[in-house]
Design a protein around this ligand. Structure first.
Ligand SMILES: [Zn+2]
Length: 251
């Protein structure tokens, strides 16, 4: 395959915005910060946006990586990203949200779950706190089962199965989400303590086990409705979500 050659001007613009995060035999390439003005409940809030790519080639010759992008079919795969607010590197405390992608909840505003609400609410909390980051984890759809399987699971749920039963009867483990890449990116952007926005003990555990300094947890209320009551109850009863707030964590 003919590989494109990058113009030196293009590379000189991009090179300072790329970082390599090494982990064993693979690499995470992080690009950013990029200014991202966001419409948050009608107000324009300026976030700094970073996106990352998981790659099996580990090199600091970023030119090589950039030259491969146009033939890599990246739109066929998922990439995750993070919205950063305030002085994320230096501020004493920062609010963190690890948000799993939810096509139906985040994009369409589906009320079968509380993800869309939690996404916006986390961004609002981070903004109000003054410093923080929202990690948007693209390979976490349907607790890691993928969008198509999630549609199948929804069909089962329309026939009396709960979230956990539906996933398990399709051959999936209840929750296969992995936070390791996001944690690597977090450690690159900040080494000081973080407060995690979640009701999910597994997320706290993942952060704790990675050696990240977690100074606390902030619960997140969902928008309970007749459409997601059963879904929310299942999270508490079967997935160990912390009950005192009644509602839960995303998908
Ligand atoms: Zn959802």
């Amino acid at each position: 395959m003919e590989q494109m050659k990058l113009e030196s001007k293009v590379f000189s613009i991009l090179k300072d915005k790329i970082q390599l995060i090494r982990s064993d035999d693979r690499a995470i390439y992080l690009v950013g910060p990029i200014q991202l003005p966001v419409n948050l409940y009608g107000e324009t809030v300026i976030f700094q946006w970073y996106c990352w790519l998981n790659y099996d080639e580990v090199t600091e010759d970023y030119e090589k990586i950039i030259e491969k992008l146009s033939s890599s079919n990246l739109a066929e795969y998922q990439q995750s990203s993070v919205l950063v607010y305030g002085d994320f590197k230096e501020a004493d405390d920062a609010l963190i949200r690890m948000h799993s992608i939810c096509h139906t909840g985040d994009i369409f505003g589906s009320k079968r779950c509380d993800c869309g609400f939690q996404l916006k609410e986390s961004m609002k909390k981070i903004k109000e706190h003054g410093t923080g980051a929202l990690f948007y984890l693209a390979n976490h759809e349907g607790r890691g089962i993928g969008l198509f399987s999630k549609a199948m699971a929804y069909v089962l749920q329309e026939n009396g199965y709960d979230t956990v039963e539906a996933n398990e009867s399709l051959g999936f483990v209840n929750d296969s989400r992995d936070y390791s890449d996001a944690i690597e990116v977090l450690k690159t952007l900040r080494t000081k303590p973080v407060t995690l926005i979640t009701n999910n003990p597994k997320k706290l555990e993942a952060l704790d086990n990675s050696g990240t300094l977690v100074s606390g947890r902030t619960p997140l209320w969902g928008d309970v409705s007749e459409y997601n009551q059963k879904y929310l109850q299942t999270k508490v009863v079967k997935s160990g979500h912390m009950q005192e707030e009644r509602t839960c964590d995303n998908d």
